[in-house]
Design a protein around this ligand. Structure first.
Ligand code: PLP
Length: 465
């Protein structure tokens, strides 16, 4: 399997290279040169398989010669063995039509663990025998940072530097990062906002790509959802859930609380591979660029509004470019021009082909604060389930759809991660699972730095092994 860039000019890569690379060097995102497909019989045979076995069958076509089937199985067993539920991503029934797919049983209580636990192991595997370690640099407003740190802590040949805005992440989120004391983990609190931290990371990547600055000699990599391997790992749970609810005989719909369009793009990939998906509902909060794009063809960025669902407070959804490329006839030059237009004016229109293609599979909804709270209360009072605010955005969108097939809402975070918002809506204060109960007694370690490129790049250059 080869991977090509959405902007058409970066070199094609194999799975190992695409996992280590992150962004393509033409500014585009990588995706497979053709979608692998599974027959109805192959999908039917997933019935009764464990999560790990399902994962091996779904991911094997994507890894090509980069890993043997046994190696892939061993990495999946290790990654998913760390989940606190034997089903890894269990389904919970809410009523005759609605289910939750709980994706938050990993070590840091957010769905990002599903992909990042595997990615950490892939990095280590692919770097064995090389003499150039990988330096992962990222910025986080909360969930991604803790999931990436947990996945990379103690891994050989990888170091991670994670920037967070000082005083602007919750205590739980900060401690999930800063109490990881492995020597290859470096937390940096930046004096500034999340956007400042993100801007510093971009500047470091640009300087590194140009081979200049104090980090010119390092092999930098990213762990955000532009990384193909992350999306691939997320395709698995669409198959796993759908087969349990009757696929391929029955078609299933999914409602996905969306920010960067990574999670829901994985659902699109599952459909392209042959899974009968009735609808993918793209659920946004009031930061609704994706809802406007899918319902009216208007992809235009507005200012970000802070909400109780911070992981969806996004105005530019990186992975949407992958969909535009695939629906637009896979024309790299056209995608590059469309994205250049967007970067210049912060607005663009979808083409007719893109709108029609998207309309065959996607629906979308914008969920405001009242409807989010209503969904949390309904789940609590009518189905006995305490859900987090992100999941509530998905559930609200699912409940307002009029589909006559089972609708699975992806539950993306454990409610205890957002306990203040949950308590405000439902009166119930969720508790942290026992394995995290001592979080507030653990020792913390982090560096505080001014939000300047000199200070941060200098620190990384000095500290990186
Ligand atoms: C990251 C995240 C999302 C959004 O996922 P995307 O792949 O960016 O669309 C939703 N909910 C939670 C809890 C998250 O951490």
């Amino acid at each position: 399997m080869r991977y090509v860039s959405t902007r058409g000019t970066a070199p094609a890569l194999d799975f190992r290279e695409v996992t280590l690379a992150g962004l393509a060097n033409d500014g585009g995102l990588y995706l497979p040169d053709a979608w692998p497909s599974l027959t109805r019989d192959e999908i039917a045979a997933f019935n009764g398989l464990s999560y790990v076995e399902t994962a091996v069958r779904v991911m094997l076509p994507f890894v090509g010669d980069a890993l043997s089937e046994d190696d892939l199985r061993s990495l999946c067993s290790q990654a998913y063995g760390r989940f606190a539920h034997d089903a890894v991503t269990p389904l919970v029934q809410l009523d005759h039509r609605h289910w939750l797919l709980e994706l938050f049983h990993g070590p840091t209580l957010a769905f990002k663990d599903v992909a990042l636990q595997l990615l950490g192991l892939l990095f280590e595997k692919f770097l064995t025998g090389t003499d150039r370690p990988l330096t992962v640099v990222g910025a986080t407003s909360g969930d991604t940072g803790s999931a990436a740190i947990d996945a990379l802590a103690g891994r050989e040949h990888v170091e991670i530097f994670m920037l967070h805005p000082k005083g602007r992440v919750s205590d739980v989120q900060r401690r999930q990062m800063t109490t990881v004391l492995a020597p290859n983990v470096h937390n940096i609190a930046i004096e500034g906002s999340f956007d400042d931290a993100q801007g510093l990371v971009k500047a470091m990547f640009n300087a590194n790509a140009a081979g200049t600055g104090p980090l010119g000699h390092l092999r930098l990599s990213a762990v955000n959802s532009i990384n193909w391997a992350r999306l691939m790992a997320q395709v698995v749970y669409y198959f796993y859930a759908a087969v349990r609810l009757g696929a391929p005989e029955r078609s299933i719909a999914f409602s996905v609380p969306t920010g960067n369009f990574g999670d829901v793009f994985a659902g699109y990939v599952a459909a392209r591979m042959g899974l009968p998906v009735a609808r993918l509902i793209v659920a946004t909060n009031v930061n609704d660029i994706l809802h406007r794009a899918l319902s009216a063809g208007d992809y235009s960025a507005k200012g970000v509004v802070a909400t109780p669902t911070p992981s969806m407070d996004i105005q530019v959804s990186s992975n949407f470019e992958r969909l535009l490329f695939d629906l637009g006839g896979r024309d790299g030059a056209a995608t590059a021009a469309q994205m250049a237009g967007f970067e210049a004016s912060k607005a663009m229109r979808l083409t007719n082909a893109q709108r029609e293609g998207a309309g065959e599979l996607f629906a979308s909804a914008r969920v405001d604060l009242d409807d989010m709270a209503l969904a949390m209360r309904w789940a609590c009072e009518r189905a006995g389930q305490v859900i987090d605010p992100h999941t509530a955005i998905g559930l609200s969108a699912a409940r307002s759809s009029d589909l006559d097939v089972p609708v699975v809402t992806l539950a993306t975070a454990h409610p205890a991660k957002f306990r203040d918002a949950v308590e405000r809506a439902t009166g119930v204060r969720p508790i942290l699972p026992a394995r995290m109960g001592d979080l507030f007694e653990r020792e913390e370690r982090y560096e505080t730095l001014p939000g300047t490129l000199d200070a941060v790049a200098g620190y990384i250059a000095k500290t990186a092994a």
